[in-house]
Design a binder for this molecule. Structure first.
Ligand SMILES: *Cc1c(COP(=O)(O)O)cnc(C)c1O
Length: 349
């Protein structure tokens, strides 16, 4: 029987997002790395102030108010910034613009699963290279793979580690294709690779308001690169990819850096405390540069822990795949949420 779909779409598995229970369900949601704190009051004020005229008209095609806010905060020219409907759209546009068969997508694993999904739908060749011992970046293999696009999530999910800038710089200088540094978790990290875009014409940094700014529901992200790199991406993105509401709310959130810093400092303090408490329960807890911990269960039975926690109304992320199936990825919640998690775990480990 013939199919409605291209063979690559027929063959691929769709991206499976983390479970999203209905709002109002009494659940402690530590599975998709949302920020436990509400968005900035200034952002909520901007939402209240949306008027009919803003909705009647098409939005600005490049979300210039939001770009302006980013430009002020990061001290970058406007034309070094592209805005996306979530950073997922930035990743999607990069693949659509650059990758196909014979022009591979390359990344070290384990990492964000969406890269694979996006490559499959293009379709683009895919080369996955496992991280070395202690998440050593496999630089030579990444270079040899000669990707049209190489993705490095730094800090990475699910591992929580960061790749140092010297390694990223070396990679960028030796790659022919694009190097995408996915900084979705940068707001919880000790450093950033932002300075690389000045010297490396093939580097694009992608960031999101979903994690650090508590705005996962708004769908807003952005990319930073030299204008020549962005010019190809602007051709590919939807002409009105950012709606007027997201642009207004996101601009206010971006300008309220004090609030974002306050929330991420809280998350980092809770992360440190939760790491100590989980170690006390026998978990291995590697250092995290993100708003989650990727912990190894003392007895290897991570799926049982995941299911046991779910029974208690606590969702965490379990990856049913070799190398990851003795681990849980646990989003750092408020101290109260983390305490509930620990109390449930005491009975399960
Ligand atoms: C959450 C996440 C994203 C997606 O961010 P959105 O802006 O919500 O699309 C991108 N990359 C990584 C590694 C993430 O964990």
């Amino acid at each position: 029987m013939s199919s409605y779909f291209r063979p690559s779409i027929e063959a691929m598995t769709g991206y499976i997002p983390g479970e999203q229970p209905k709002p109002g369900t009494p659940i402690i949601k530590l599975n998709t790395n949302e920020n436990p704190y509400p968005p900035s009051p200034a952002a909520m004020q901007a939402l209240q102030s949306i008027d009919a005229e803003q909705l009647r008209r098409y939005p600005h095609p490049f979300a210039n108010d939001f770009r302006q806010a980013i430009s002020e905060v990061l001290d970058l020219p406007l034309d070094w910034i592209i805005v996306g409907n979530g950073s997922d759209e930035i990743l999607n546009v990069i693949i659509r613009a650059c990758a196909e068969q014979q022009r591979p997508v390359v990344y070290p694993t384990p990492t964000y699963v969406l890269y694979k999904t996006l490559a499959a739908m293009q379709p683009a060749d895919l080369i996955e290279i496992p991280y070395g011992e202690n998440y050593q970046l496999p630089i030579e293999a990444l270079i040899a793979a000669n990707g049209a696009v190489t993705f490095i999530a730094s800090p990475n999910s699910p591992s929580g580690h960061s790749v140092d800038n010297a390694a990223l710089r070396q990679l960028a200088s030796r790659l022919n294709g694009l190097l995408v540094i996915d900084e979705a978790y940068v707001d919880f990290a000790e450093s950033s690779a932002l300075s690389l875009v000045q010297d490396c014409p093939n580097v694009i940094i992608s960031r999101t308001l979903s994690k650090g700014y508590s705005l996962a529901g708004l769908r807003l992200g952005f990319g930073i690169a030299q204008p020549e790199l962005l010019s190809g991406l602007f051709k590919v993105k939807d002409s009105y990819n950012i709606d007027a509401i997201a642009c207004a709310v996101g601009s206010a959130a971006m300008r309220d850096q004090d609030y974002k810093t306050l929330c991420s400092e809280r998350v980092k303090a809770s992360r440190a405390k939760l790491a100590v408490d989980l170690k006390q329960l026998g978990f291995q807890v590697p250092h995290s540069q993100t708003n989650f911990l990727f912990v190894t269960s003392p007895k290897g039975h991570a799926e049982a822990l995941y299911l046991g926690l779910k029974e208690c109304g606590i969702l965490v992320r379990y990856f049913n795949q070799p190398g990851l199936d003795d681990k849980l990825r646990i989003t750092v919640g408020t101290d109260t949420q983390n305490q509930s998690l620990l109390e449930a775990l005491i009975h399960l480990v």
